[in-house]
Ligand binder design. Structure first.
Ligand SMILES: NC(=O)c1ccc[n+]([C@@H]2O[C@H](COP(=O)([O-])OP(=O)(O)OC[C@H]3O[C@@H](n4cnc5c(N)ncnc54)[C@H](OP(=O)(O)O)[C@@H]3O)[C@@H](O)[C@H]2O)c1
Length: 238
């Protein structure tokens, strides 16, 4: 496994939910972190004592076309290198196949869940190449593996994340860049609470997803794992 100490990782959507647990876990493992969020004071509030030293905080709004370049250059200015990118920030809106939903909701999901991660990967690319063992972890979903409900718009974006992950693997392979799509079912965060009344204790816990992210970041170039499906319930793999 790669030694986390000295390695620099960017995590988007670190203010709450899985992103926050990922940030805490990676910090505890010794990574240097560049955390992106829409509200710096909210980030400061949740990251607390960890600010300073190995952690830097940056304004990152996935709707801002200039955000990716600004965050990556601030990361390089602060930490001097970049070894990993965790595209975690995401939104879910009710956009179904049938119905008269506002097209802007589909556009918003496409922007935050797909286009913004693409922009971050592009900006991070030269630095991930320079690392020699660059890693990208994309937070996809079981909704990007199969259709099990009425989440058409969201599912489209998560299927797209699988495509982005594979493209990164293809283009980055000879430069030591490896990419992994993490595909959870319900995870106990605000996003799932808005969708289901299922007891949060019965869902996958965000800490467990954080452990998967850490594994994807630490596996050597010779142990590439393209996808990790993780589920709180039995589902046949078709
Ligand atoms: N929870 C689940 O059941 C589940 C299952 C599979 C996959 N996922 C995926 O896992 C990832 C994390 O989700 P979560 O469950 O932790 O959701 P969450 O609790 O709703 O947190 C979402 C995170 O994304 C950030 N975000 C939203 N819009 C943003 C924007 N425009 N710019 C920057 N950051 C933005 C939020 O920041 P603010 O605090 O500023 O809003 C927050 O940090 C998402 O990609 C989601 O699609 C979730």
């Amino acid at each position: 496994m790669l030694d986390p100490r000295g390695r620099v990782v960017m995590v988007s959507g670190a203010s709450r939910g899985m992103g926050l647990k990922i940030a805490h876990h990676l910090h505890d493992l010794g990574y240097h972190l560049s955390l992106g969020g829409r509200d710096l004071s909210a980030l400061e509030g949740v990251v607390g004592q960890r600010v300073g030293g190995r952690v830097s905080l940056h304004v990152y709004d996935a709707h801002d076309p200039a955000a990716a370049a600004a965050w990556v250059s601030a990361t390089i200015a602060e930490h001097g290198r970049l070894d990993g990118l965790v595209n975690n920030a995401g939104i879910l809106r009710d956009v179904r196949l049938e119905g008269a939903e506002d097209e802007s909701e589909l556009d918003a999901m496409w922007q935050v869940n797909v286009k913004a991660p693409v922009h971050l990967v592009r900006q991070a690319w030269p630095h991930l190449k320079a690392s020699g063992s660059g890693r990208v972890v994309n937070m996809a979903s079981m909704s990007g593996k199969r259709i099990a409900g009425n989440l058409m718009g969201y599912s489209l974006t998560k299927y797209a994340m699988a495509g982005l992950t594979e493209q990164i693997r293809h283009d980055g392979w000879d430069h030591g860049i490896r990419a992994t799509a993490i595909c959870p079912g319900y995870v106990a965060t605000d996003m799932a609470y808005a969708l289901t009344d299922l007891d949060p204790e019965k869902m996958t816990q965000p800490e467990d997803v954080a452990a998967l992210v850490a594994t994807a970041l630490a596996l050597p170039n010779t142990a590439s794992v393209p996808e990790m499906m993780v589920n709180y319930r039995y589902e046949p793999i078709t």
